[in-house]
Each structure stands twice: as structure tokens, then as C-alpha cells.
Design a protein around this ligand. Structure first.
Ligand code: SF4
Length: 423
């Protein structure tokens, strides 16, 4: 098997019109605007001072109440439907297997990540609890009420896992521990284990230890950007945001030491301007450390600084999904794969028959994340339509069926080095 390592891409590389990947040059975020003084730091919500009364559904034409973690948390629309506190149907899914929670404050997240609907620059036009995040609304609920519902019968709950997303706020480290305690006091951790989606910028090693000691099972770091340069462009100085690649890796290394093998991981967004070689080298690095990668397909989130940019082309996404699965679960190494001059996968490093078996099993194309109760390679965190509309699914929140696999094969078909008849 030949292995061609492309030269590392730099910001001056030329993108090619019509090419099937999101090149670095076209993926530049808009510069952020700072909000007027009155809207900063949740100014509107605090000035109105509306007391919360139970569940708050975003955009119901009532003023946003003053809600704060740890008493209040937000949860994904999918989790709210599964929990029975919101009506609705999800395309081809009866429920979600992960209860995704988000800490909430009127001041919101103090970071300004370019692809994120929760970013600080939005405070002029939307109160924090009303902002869309990974394409959906996040209703707010009192934590006690939420735990009451799940604690009635955790063993038979639809949820295979609960996850707390920390956001960047001065109180989020302490409040995450309180939310975690509120949960573990009432819900046995072996029945519904807990993941933490951390906020490294405000954390130190002791915070990571405390989360493990309080009952967290898996610790993840949302690197999101696959290279230091992209990180700085989308999450750091490029958008007046406080994050740094170095700090994220410091906490990721702490997580490896403290949580141990297969109990830590990193989130990565594919298609923000990195090459396939770069992102898959990162996947390999995480596997070599003993961890996992949890992948998202870039989607232009409404209201974000990247909402004018194209979603990741499906062929780029399918190549990376498949290659990531091979590295994470099939023992293939990035060095066994080959890449073309644009850093695209041109050979997956596996015989055609074995590759076909993995493609046909369909698991490689499901949403990736922390495992649930079915299998190590089936994520509890299925995030229905968090990275695409149902009409053109990126991450399948269910087992792909025959017709889905036909579509996936079609998307991989434009991949030049694999003759279509072999897919
Ligand atoms: S830190 Fe997380 S929640 Fe805050 S803006 Fe960045 S991606 Fe969004």
C-alpha cells in the first residue's frame, strides 16, 4: 500500500473552484461585532428581571426569564421530546439516547466561536436562552424537575447516557459539579453514565479530578478545529474569543491521565478548512493517546459568524467518516492510507472486500460520540439532525437502511480512486 503524505497546508494554498471539499480560503468567518452596552452580559434579561416559572420554551413570544445554573439547565429539543416535556416528532427517530444538558446564564457563553450559535457576538439580537445551537432550540428546565422525571425509572429510561456541556462562564466549573451531584444523588451512575463536554479555558487539573471523583464516566474536550491555525481563526484571536489550542491540549492530556484509556475524547468539526489528511492525523493522534474522536460535519449555523459558508460536501464528509471509523475501530492507521495533492483520502488502506463489509454495516456513517448500551462503536449521543437537515443526512441518528446505504455509496462514488462498481 502506498502512503503519500501531502505537505502541510498553509493559509496561502490555492483552493480550486468546483472541488469537493471545503478549502481553507473559502471558509473565512465574518469579523464579529460587539453588542451595544445595554445588551452585553445578559443586560436585557437582568433589567427585565422576569422570574422563571417552570419550563421555558425559546421563542414563545414571552420575555426571557432570569434563569441560572445550577437551578436551571437547558436541554436539546430531542431530549425534551424524549423526556415528554415538549411535543414533536423526529424524522425516523422515536427518541434520542443521550440527555444533552447545557449550563445556562443570562450572560451566556463568554466565548465567540465562529461556527457556534451560542457565541457572545449574538447578545445584541438574541437572549442566550433563545439562541439556536447545533440547529435546534434548547428549552430550559429546573434541574430538580428533570431529575424527578428520570429518577422514576432510570433502568428503563430511553437515555443511555447524560452529558453536561459546560460553556465558557466564570461559574461553569463549580456549577457543573453541582449539576453532576444533583444527578448522581438520584440516578445510579451505572444505569445512566455521565459524560462531561468540558470548557478547558477556565479549568485546571484539579477540576478534572473533581469531576471524575463526583461520578463522571467520560471526559471530552471540544477541540472542534483540527489544526492550531484553524483553532485560532475560529475560536481564538481571529474572532476575539478567549480560547487557545495550548490550553485545550493541556486539559486533554490531564483527561487522559485522570480518566484513562477510552474514557476521554475530543470533538472535531470536519469541513472548516482543514484537509482530510490533517483531520485524520488528529484522529490517529487521539487513538494513539488511548482516546476517541467524536465528529461533526460543519453546518452553517444560523446567526453564527460562518452562516454564509457552505456545509461540508457529502463526499468529503463520507470519506472522513469512513476513515475515522477505520482508525478508531478497525485498527487501520493513517500511515496506511494514501492522500492526493489536496490532502483527500485516495486509499483507505484496507482491502476492497473488508472495506465493503464496513461500508455495508453502516455504523461508520452514524453519529459518533460517547457509547451507549448497544455497542462500543454505537454512540448514545445521536444528536438527531444536529449537523444536517433530514433531507440530506450527514450523521445518521439511526442505523442506515438499504436505501440510505445506496445513497451513501453514491456519495462515496465521486471519490476517484475507488471505481463505482467496487462501492
Ligand atoms: S465555547 Fe462552546 S458554547 Fe461557547 S461559543 Fe465556543 S463552541 Fe459555543
Amino acid at each position: 500500500m502506498t502512503c503519500m503524505k501531502p505537505e502541510g497546508r498553509t493559509p496561502s494554498d490555492k483552493s480550486q473552484a468546483g472541488i469537493d471539499f471545503n478549502a481553507f480560503e473559502k471558509m473565512a468567518p465574518r469579523p464579529p461585532q460587539e453588542a451595544d452596552k445595554a445588551s452585553r452580559n445578559g443586560g436585557r434579561v437582568k433589567a427585565n428581571g422576569i422570574a422563571p416559572g417552570g419550563i421555558y420554551k425559546p421563542n414563545y413570544n414571552i420575555l426571557t426569564p432570569h434563569m441560572r445554573s445550577p437551578e436551571y439547565v437547558q436541554l436539546s429539543t430531542a431530549a425534551a421530546i424524549t423526556l415528554g416535556i415538549m411535543n414533536g416528532n423526529m424524522h425516523r427517530c422515536s427518541c434520542t439516547r443521550c440527555l444533552n444538558l447545557l449550563l445556562t446564564y443570562p450572560e451566556g457563553c463568554r466565548a465567540n466561536c465562529a461556527y457556534c450559535g451560542l457565541a457572545r457576538h449574538r447578545e445584541a439580537d438574541r437572549d442566550y436562552a433563545d439562541r439556536n445551537f447545533i440547529r435546534v432550540d434548547w428549552p430550559a428546565v429546573p434541574m430538580e424537575e428533570l431529575v424527578d422525571i428520570v429518577a422514576r425509572d432510570p433502568e428503563n429510561s430511553s437515555f443511555h447516557r447524560m452529558c453536561i456541556s459546560m460553556i465558557t462562564h466564570p461559574n461553569s466549573d463549580a456549577d457543573t459539579v453541582t449539576v453532576l451531584k444533583k444527578w448522581t444523588e438520584r440516578v445510579p451512575a451505572d444505569q445512566i453514565p455521565i459524560s462531561i463536554l468540558s470548557n478547558p479555558t477556565t479549568m485546571n487539573r484539579k477540576d478534572v479530578e473533581l469531576l471524575r471523583d463526583t461520578g463522571a464516566d467520560i471526559f471530552t474536550v471540544a477541540l472542534d478545529a483540527a489544526t492550531p491555525y484553524l483553532f485560532d481563526r475560529t475560536r481564538g484571536r481571529g474572532v476575539n474569543s478567549p480560547h487557545s489550542w495550548r490550553k485545550y491540549w493541556e486539559i486533554l492530556n490531564d483527561a487522559r491521565d485522570i480518566f484513562g484509556e477510552k474514557k476521554f475524547g475530543a470533538h472535531i468539526i470536519v469541513g472548516m478548512g482543514e484537509t482530510e489528511y490533517e483531520v485524520l492525523s488528529l484522529v490517529q493522534e487521539l487513538v494513539d493517546m488511548g482516546g476517541h474522536s467524536h465528529m461533526f460535519c460543519f453546518f452553517p449555523e444560523k446567526g453564527s459568524l460562518m452562516d454564509h459558508l457552505p456545509a461540508t460536501p457529502r463526499d468529503q464528509w463520507r470519506r472522513v467518516q469512513l476513515a475515522r471509523y477505520l482508525i478508531d475501530y478497525a485498527g487501520v492507521r493513517v500511515e496506511q492510507m494514501a492522500f492526493d495533492e489536496h490532502g483527500r483520502v485516495s486509499d483507505f488502506g484496507l482491502g476492497q472486500r473488508e472495506l465493503d463489509t464496513i461500508i455495508n454495516a453502516g455504523i461508520a456513517f452514524r453519529t459518533s460520540g460517547c457509547p451507549g448500551k448497544f455497542a462500543d462503536d454505537i454512540s448514545a449521543c445521536d444528536r438527531p439532525y444536529g449537523d444536517s437537515p433530514p433531507s440530506n443526512i450527514a450523521s445518521y441518528p439511526f442505523q442506515p437502511q438499504k436505501s440510505d446505504l445506496k445513497k451513501i455509496r453514491g456519495q462515496l462514488k465521486s471519490y476517484l480512486s475507488l471505481p463505482s462498481k467496487e462501492l
